[in-house]
Design a protein around this ligand. Structure first.
Ligand SMILES: Nc1ncnc2c1ncn2[C@@H]1O[C@H](COP(=O)(O)OP(=O)(O)OP(=O)(O)O)[C@@H](O)[C@H]1O
Ligand code: SF4
Ligand SMILES: [Mg+2]
Length: 318
């Protein structure tokens, strides 16, 4: 369905080029949910936005790699192919529904516009109502007439999901879809996402800081650090037994997994900026297991067991 191979993404200015994504590879199968986790600034959003080529170029520049969506390379697609691919290929929901919805149009009109763009033959009032019903909005015939500011944050996020689903995408990218919502609404939105995913057989790329959400939603997980993937594993195995020192540190920083406290707490130090990557292993200045070699040699992402991948040659050392 989706296969990203060795993606290299730079942000260029007159003064410099910084590499925000450096050699990222992962795939998502039909109907599968991949959780993408990592601290702020690790490159999750820019990786996700690259799938629909939504980053402005310049400053963004694709320096290498392939993004295959249904077998077609997004990075080589023409403008016409891109229009088709955005929507029917991949749709997005973001953290702040209030920001993504247009305040001056009624929600019904906005969903209809999404239909008109991606499934013109279905751009009817009845389909808008059906979509709103599908995301659990009560009295949808009334709601089509509401403006975004007249409905709650949770309901706004439901509207965003309905807009994304209007295109009937093969892949839904949800970038921190519940972070801005309170915990009860969070649970409802996640349950809704899971439900529509199963109903429609979509693939889901779920970006989150919350390991509890990963455990609840994801089949597999990719952990990102400083523009690279440092570990991939089936979700339950990763939560049970994280192998990379960074993943372990993340888990130790999240003591009450699954509870509200599942949100990642800080580990000492911070993610290096793209223009200032440390030599050798990018995690070495913060790694509890670092040894002298770590500041010299950059480790590769290697298969270690049962298809798990780890970017640390010392993961199994005492
Ligand atoms: N338009 C841009 N120009 C220059 N640098 C950018 C731009 N967009 C993102 N970056 C840089 O790319 C890096 C990765 O950013 P990204 O937004 O993908 O992080 P993230 O993992 O999604 O973080 P968060 O969890 O906070 O959302 C950051 O260092 C960021 O400053
Ligand atoms: S390579 Fe070294 S610094 Fe990097 S994660 Fe492994 S032990 Fe830590
Ligand atoms: Mg982000």
């Amino acid at each position: 369905m989706l296969e990203i191979r060795n993606l290299q993404l730079e942000f260029r200015s007159d003064q410099q080029a910084v590499r925000a994504v450096d050699g990222v590879s992962f795939s998502i199968g039909p109907g599968e949910t991949l959780g993408l986790v990592g601290e702020s600034g690790s490159g999750k959003s820019v990786t996700a936005l690259s799938i629909g080529r939504l980053l402005r170029t310049p400053p963004a520049f694709y320096a290498g790699g392939e993004i295959l969506l249904n077998g077609r390379d997004v990075l080589k697609a023409s403008n016409r192919e891109l229009r088709e691919l955005r929507g029917r290929g991949v749709s997005y929901i973001f953290q702040e529904p209030g920001v993504s919805l247009n305040p001056v149009f009624r929600v019904g009109a906005q969903i209809k516009e999404s239909l008109r763009l991606h499934r013109p033959q279905a751009a009817t009032e009845a389909e808008v109502v059906r979509l709103l019903q599908g995301v659990g909005i009560a009295a949808p015939e009334m709601r089509v007439k509401s403006y975004p500011h007249e409905i709650s944050g949770g309901m706004q996020q439901r509207v965003m999901i309905a807009m994304a689903l209007a295109a009937e995408p093969k892949l839904l990218v949800a970038d921190e879809p519940t972070t801005a919502l309170d915990v009860t609404i969070q649970a409802q939105i996640l349950a809704l996402l899971k439900d529509v995913q199963q109903r429609l057989g979509m693939s889901l790329l779920l970006i989150t800081h919350n390991l509890g959400i990963v455990g609840q939603m994801a089949d597999r997980v990719a952990v990102m650090y400083a523009g690279q993937i440092v570990e991939t594993a089936p979700a339950q195995e990763l939560l049970r037994r994280p192998l990379h020192p960074y993943t372990r540190a993340l888990m130790q920083a999240a003591p009450r997994l699954g509870a509200e406290g599942g949100r990642l707490a800080n580990i000492p130090g911070s993610v290096p900026r793209p223009g200032a990557m440390p030599f050798g292993c990018r995690f070495h200045p913060r790694c509890a297991m670092a040894r002298p070699e770590c500041s010299v040699q950059q480790p590769t992402l290697a298969v270690v067991e049962d298809g798990r991948q780890v970017r640390c040659p010392y993961w199994n050392s005492p």
